[in-house]
Design a protein around this ligand. Structure first.
Ligand code: CIR
Length: 256
């Protein structure tokens, strides 16, 4: 169960955020703010305490707090984002993490290692880490070493096509995993009950489980139906403006 969630409001500079899909257009900031409010409301419905950080105009992508840290049952690991424009976001997050963890429970990924939280998928005490354009081999090595020091484990999953591991695969507990594209056939996930995400709804592979409810992006009816059929209560949140920056539901929070 999760008790806490950290989010950060989007900043006006988000329109300059990194995107691989400029054809979708720039995000509408006012609409993004409204969608962020709905996201917070959905999280509260799941019974978590939400810490809302103010917008930070210095970093256009700073609402995507998931990339700045990985929070486990045993420790918090401050990341070292591979995207240079985002690198400092991790140290900006540190004072907030310190409110929840003592110094001996806070670890750091250090250069030349890079890692972004979007590449880390938690399955109990095991953490799958995507080797991506943002997370490198040295970052993964450090990350797994830290996990093992704290009695946890990790393994690497190379990815070729998507931005982050969790862009394409997400664990929703009870052995159920949402898998899309390049992840459908990966041997790493063979043991899970796979819920296959159709190509035309690939964006909705990024859903989040929060205390037995699943938050699903609005506008992806097949995915919504499949998750309901798997027995979950679904909460829909529109994330259209974040999609324009390659961001999904998981990217917008740290859950622990
Ligand atoms: C970026 O490219 O870094 C942001 N525009 C999107 C980050 C999405 N975060 C995530 O998947 N965890």
């Amino acid at each position: 169960m999760f008790k806490n969630v950290i989010v950060k409001k989007p900043c006006k500079a988000m329109v300059e955020g990194i995107t691989s899909a400029p054809e979708l257009g720039k995000p509408d900031y006012e609409l993004a703010l409204k969608q962020h409010d709905s996201y917070i409301k959905a999280l509260k419905q799941c019974g978590v305490e939400v810490t809302i950080l103010e917008a930070d105009e210095a970093y256009p992508d700073s609402c995507f707090v998931e990339d700045t840290a990985v929070i486990t049952r045993k420790c918090a690991i401050i990341s070292n984002p591979g995207a240079l424009s985002r690198r400092k976001e991790a140290e900006v997050m540190l004072p907030t993490i310190k409110k929840f963890f003592s110094d001996d429970k806070i670890e750091f990924i250090k250069s030349p290692g890079t890692l972004e939280g979007g590449d880390v998928m938690m399955v109990g005490d095991h953490f799958y880490v995507g080797r991506s354009a943002r997370t490198n081999e040295e970052g993964i090595r450090q990350f797994i070493e830290i996990l093992e020091k704290h009695g946890l484990s990790g393994s690497e999953v190379p990815l070729e096509l998507v931005l982050h591991l969790k862009t394409g695969v997400n664990y929703i507990e009870n052995n159920n995993m949402l898998v899309s594209g390049e992840f459908i056939e990966k041997p790493d996930f063979a043991e899970f009950n796979k819920i296959i995400i159709p190509e035309d709804e690939a964006y909705a592979a990024n859903c989040i489980w929060v205390n037995d409810k699943v938050i699903v992006p609005e506008g992806y009816p097949t995915v919504e139906r499949k998750i309901r059929e798997a027995g979950y209560e679904v909460i829909l949140v529109d994330t259209s403006e974040y999609r324009k920056l390659d961001g999904g539901l998981s990217c917008l929070s740290l859950r622990f």
